[in-house]
Design a protein around this ligand. Structure first.
Ligand code: NDP
Ligand code: HSE
Length: 436
């Protein structure tokens, strides 16, 4: 049978990994797809980086050249960023070519328009690699759990930040060194601010929520906090209290609407997600028929991401002869059955909290703090006063609260910070046991 012809845009970590995987497992892939997958064209900005490219692949420095080639059936966009990726994807769709992309920023921001254009053109768009690297979580939600009502997703979905947190905790590395390691290993985004500020996780969460709940993509409504300002002392105190700090993406739907939030979270050490370390990602899904299920695997890097890209290429090769309207819908639900759902403002979300304050070591100070919390109906689960440093006038005090609406907690913190006996800012981190 004729080969399916692929145009690869980008030969960096993911593009290079994809090329290697297609070469290494070419025979098995052809047996699975029913026909060989052959890269006919590729593009890079700097041709020096494409040295060693097999002679039967035409190399371009203008990616639009690849999109225009008649001997390209599927365009794999592995460049990243919004432009020119968006224009390239739309040009490929306009030319009637199928598209595979690993670009979560592009899908989160422009997925609704891209899927609409693709639907009208009758072409497929695969984006498995955009979420959780090699874990087939899109396929799981779209197909494996298609009979379930899905009400919750909680995941470690940024490998770089999980790698940094693990290295800070286990190897005692400082933040900057751990981030530099993640960049060297090819895990980080071109702008690593996306990783450490939670933006990359929010891109992925918006994609997961759309597919799980049947709503259009709404990245702009995700509440986002990253790990940039986390202090090693809180990683340490969390451990002493039986918790681990993880950057979680949480999507839940309930009577009040949908919660979409990315933030550092204290998880009980015994929770399976708390055991997920390094660049590994994991996604916990709450669905009504299956119950809780957990998907675990490498969330970044050349091989794992190529695994997802190639799976999409094979899926498209298999589906080439299927009518467009009978393919699996891009966002799991048929395009005319997606429903916008109200997203709860973060102020209204209820969670438990870890608070760390620096208090004057004097009688009555804690009583002032607990009175403020009581005024706001905030109940305390545990309180811990640490040893002062030698000759220090202030001591660190750690409080764990029961669940409280965010607004009440923010009001209480403002009043606590105004007390003359409290030094500096109160550190607040959410605590979640991820129970149903
Ligand atoms: P790299 O930076 O390693 O590679 C990017 C490639 O695209 C390079 O070949 C680069 O060419 C080319 N390129 C960059 N900008 C342009 C441009 N403006 N025009 C034409 N070509 C360009 O990125 P990654 O492989 O890490 O990431 C690619 C995509 O995959 C991104 O969307 C990323 O978010 C996503 N992703 C990455 C993962 C990872 O672990 N790295 C995991 C999952 C998804 P040159 O080298 O010549 O500059
Ligand atoms: N920068 C991303 C991460 C790559 O660290 O998770 C995988 O999407």
């Amino acid at each position: 049978m004729n080969a399916v012809r692929i145009g690869l845009l980008g030969l960096g970590t993911v593009g290079g990994g994809t090329l290697d995987l297609l070469a290494r497992n070419g025979d098995e892939i052809a047996r699975r797809a029913g026909r060989p997958l052959r890269v006919t064209h590729a593009s890079v900005r700097n041709p020096e980086r494409a040295r060693g490219l097999p002679a039967d692949i035409a190399l371009h420095t203008d990616p639009f050249e690849v999109v225009r080639q008649p001997d390209v059936d599927i365009v794999a966009e592995l460049i990243g960023g919004i432009e020119p990726a968006r224009e390239l994807v739309l040009a490929a769709i306009g030319a009637g070519k199928h598209v595979v992309t690993a670009n979560k920023a592009l899908i989160a921001h422009h997925g609704n328009a891209i899927f609409e254009a693709a639907r009208r053109a009758g072409v497929a768009v695969g984006f498995e690699a955009a979420v959780a690297g090699g874990i087939p979580i899109i396929k799981t939600l779209r197909e494996g759990l298609a009979g379930n009502r899905i009400d919750g997703i909680a995941g470690i979905i940024n490998g770089t930040s999980n790698y940094i947190l693990t290295q800070m905790r286990d190897a005692g590395l400082d933040f900057a060194t751990a981030l530099a390691d993640a960049q060297r290993l090819g895990y980080a985004e071109a702008d690593p601010g996306f990783d450490i500020d939670g933006v990359d996780a929010a891109h992925k969460l918006s994609i997961l929520a759309a597919i799980a709940f049947g709503m259009p993509l709404c990245f702009g409504e995700v509440h986002v906090e990253g790990i940039r300002d986390l202090s090693a002392v809180d990683v340490d105190y969390a451990g002493q209290l039986g918790y681990r700090l993880k950057l979680l993406g949480i999507a839940r739907r309930g009577a009040q609407g949908v919660q979409l939030r990315v933030h550092p979270t204290l998880l009980p050490q015994r929770h399976l997600l708390a055991q997920v370390d390094g660049v590994i990602n994991a996604v916990l899904v709450d669905s009504d028929a299956l119950g809780q299920s957990l998907y675990y695997g490498a969330g970044a890097g050349a091989g794992p991401t190529a695994s997802a890209v190639v799976a999409d290429l094979i899926d498209i090769a298999r589906a080439l002869t299927i009518d467009a309207e009978h393919r699996v819908p891009y966002l799991a639900f048929h395009h005319d059955r997606l429903q916008a759902l109200p997203v709860q403002p973060i102020d209204a979300v209820e969670t438990a909290f870890y608070l760390r304050l620096t208090a004057l070591d004097r009688p009555g100070v804690l009583a002032d703090v607990t009175r403020i919390l009581a005024d706001q109906q905030i109940s305390i689960e545990a309180i811990l006063q640490k040893e002062p440093a030698p000759a220090a006038s202030h001591v660190p005090v750690i409080l764990l609260t029961h669940k409280v609406p965010e607004r009440a907690l923010r009001d209480a913190i403002a009043r606590i910070e105004a007390l003359p006996s409290i030094d500096g800012r109160v550190v607040s981190l959410r605590v979640d046991h991820l129970e149903h």
